[in-house]
Design a protein around this ligand. Structure first.
Ligand code: ADP
Length: 158
């Protein structure tokens, strides 16, 4: 079994993340979409809101699970017998951070490797923070996020 972890803050999960996830789900036997955040860091959506949005969004896949960790992704990966960590790359600006993160992860556990998927051209401009900014100002972001996230924005507006 080739198991991969796809970690992130997913605040909320966007169509950019979904594109990476769709491609990763074809490359691996099982993918764990992992909400990996420090619970004391405040985001737009709470941890439980993000998890609920993520769970509904992955219903279309039969080999994707959703989980949460407040610890290191590599520690989680080892515990769950996953040898790969997936990340997405948008512009060159992502590269520097991801390069450093990959080196740090390999320092902690050299048996776990990072696998990168290039952002799709339709979704490469999407980030959770940009979607949050648009939504906060009343924009219809239903074309940028999965239905479960759009419903969560609508529920917050009420
Ligand atoms: P983090 O805080 O760990 O960067 P994010 O939820 O912002 O968490 O992103 C998780 C991963 O998904 C990162 O590797 C990021 O580069 C990637 N990613 C985010 N948005 C996109 C997108 N639109 N297309 C491709 N990859 C993306």
């Amino acid at each position: 079994m080739r198991i991969a972890i796809y970690p992130g803050s997913f605040d909320p999960i966007t169509n950019g993340h979904m594109d990476i996830l769709r491609r990763a789900s074809k490359a691996f036997d099982e993918v764990i979409l992992l909400l990996a955040v420090n619970p004391s860091k405040k985001g737009n959506f709470s941890i439980s809101e993000r998890l609920e949005i993520m769970k509904k969004a992955v219903e279309e896949f039969d080999n994707v699970k959703v989980d949460f960790t407040s610890g290191l992704t590599v520690a989680y990966a080892k515990e769950h017998h996953a040898a790969f960590v997936i990340r997405g790359l948008r512009a060159v600006t992502d590269f520097e951070f991801e390069f450093q993160l990959a080196a740090a992860n390999r320092y902690v556990d050299p048996n776990i490797d990072m696998v990168f998927f290039m952002a799709g051209k339709e979704t490469s401009f999407i980030s959770s923070s940009m979607v949050n900014e648009l939504a906060k100002n009343g924009a219809d972001v239903s074309g940028l996020v999965p239905a479960s996230a759009w419903e969560a924005y609508l529920a917050k507006r009420k």
